[in-house]
Design a protein around this ligand. Structure first.
Ligand code: AMP
Length: 279
C-alpha cells in the first residue's frame, strides 16, 4: 500500500496506472470503521486500483468544537486499509488541499443543498462540494463510493459531478450498522455510556415510522416521531423529515409514484447523530 501526502507525488503514481486501469475512489475523514470498509470492499470489486483519502475537511464544519474534537486515529486507519487491500492512501494536510486559504466555493445544486443538513449546518455542503471537487480533480477516478448514511451528501455529490461536468460514476452504498441497529459513525466513539445505550432508539423509531407510513398520512407520522423523542430523557430531536428521495423536499402528503425517505438528526448529549430510512 502506498501512502502519499503530496498531490504531485500521488498524481505521478496515478498517471503511471491511468491509461489501462480503472480507479475507484473512497473519500473519508478517517477514524475508519466497518462502514467505511464496506465502501472500500465495493470499490475493490469493480476497480483495478482503489484510492482512499483521509482528510478532515475544515470547511465543512459549522462548529469549531466539532472540528477540534473530530477523532484522529491515523495509525489504526492505515493498518485497517493495508489489511483490506487498499492500494493507495492520500493523506494531505489542509495547506496542501487549500493552497489559497480555507475558503469554500459556493455551489448551486438546484435547491437540495438548503434542505435538512443544509438548513441546520450553515455552509456545510459548500465545504463538502469544495473538498470533493478538489479531490476528484486530483485523483480523477472512474468510480467514487459514498455511503447512504449521509444520503443528502450522496445526492449532493451526484449533483456536483453534473454541475461540474465530471465524468465520474457516483455509487451509493447501504448504511452499515452496529448489531443493535445504530448506524456506524466515527462520532459513536464519543458518546457517553448512557447515550450509547440510548442511541439505538433512533433506528427503532425510524423502523416504526416506516411501518406507520404504510397506513397513516405523513403529518401523523411526523407528529408521532416528535412525540416519541419528546418523551425520551436523553435524546433530543433536531429534525425528522419525510422527504422526496430526489428533490429532498419535505412532504406533508404523499404523491403516487414518488420514493420517500425519512431523515433524522438527533443530539445525544454533545454528539450529533444522523440516520435515514427508505419508506
Ligand atoms: P466520513 O469519514 O464520515 O466523512 O465518511 C466517509 C464516507 O463513508 C461517506 O461516504 C459516508 O457516507 C460513508 N459512511 C460513513 N459511515 C457509514 C456507514 N455506517 N455505512 C455506510 N457508509 C458510511
Amino acid at each position: 500500500m502506498l501512502v502519499y501526502a503530496k498531490i504531485d507525488s500521488l498524481q505521478e503514481k496515478l498517471t503511471f496506472y491511468k491509461s489501462n486501469a480503472s480507479i475507484g475512489f473512497v473519500p473519508t475523514m478517517g477514524a475508519l470503521h466497518q462502514g467505511h470498509l464496506s465502501l472500500i470492499e465495493e470499490a475493490k470489486k469493480y476497480n483495478d486500483i482503489v484510492v482512499v483519502s483521509i482528510f478532515v475537511n475544515p470547511t465543512q464544519f459549522d462548529k469549531k468544537e466539532d472540528l477540534d474534537n473530530y477523532p484522529i486515529t491515523m495509525d489504526s486507519d492505515l493498518e485497517m486499509l493495508e489489511k483490506i487491500g487498499c492500494d493507495i492512501v492520500f493523506v494531505p494536510t489542509a495547506n496542501e488541499m487549500y493552497k489559497d486559504g480555507l475558503n469554500s466555493e459556493h455551489f448551486n445544486f438546484g435547491g437540495i443543498e438548503y434542505e435538512m443538513e443544509g438548513a441546520f449546518r450553515e455552509g456545510h455542503f459548500d465545504g463538502v462540494g469544495t473538498v470533493v471537487k478538489r479531490l476528484f480533480e486530483i485523483v480523477k477516478p472512474h468510480n467514487s463510493y459514498f455511503g447512504e448514511k449521509d444520503f443528502q451528501q450522496l445526492q449532493i455529490i451526484k449533483a456536483l459531478v453534473k454541475v461540474e461536468q465530471m465524468n465520474i460514476r457516483i455509487v451509493g452504498c447501504p448504511i452499515y450498522r452496529e448489531s443493535d441497529g445504530l448506524a456506524m459513525s466515527s462520532r459513536n466513539e464519543r458518546l457517553t455510556k448512557e447515550h450509547r445505550k440510548s442511541a439505538p432508539f433512533i433506528r427503532e423509531t425510524l423502523l416504526k415510522a416506516k411501518e406507520k407510513f404504510g397506513t397513516e398520512n405523513a403529518l401523523t407520522v411526523l407528529k408521532w416521531v416528535d412525540d416519541a423523542f419528546e418523551k425520551h430523557a436523553l435524546l433530543d430531536l433536531e429534525y425528522f423529515s419525510i422527504a422526496d428521495e430526489k428533490s429532498l423536499k419535505p412532504i406533508s402528503q404523499r404523491v403516487q409514484n414518488h420514493d420517500y425517505r425519512g431523515f433524522i438528526a438527533v443530539m445525544a448529549g454533545e454528539i450529533r447523530l444522523i440516520d435515514n430510512i427508505e419508506l
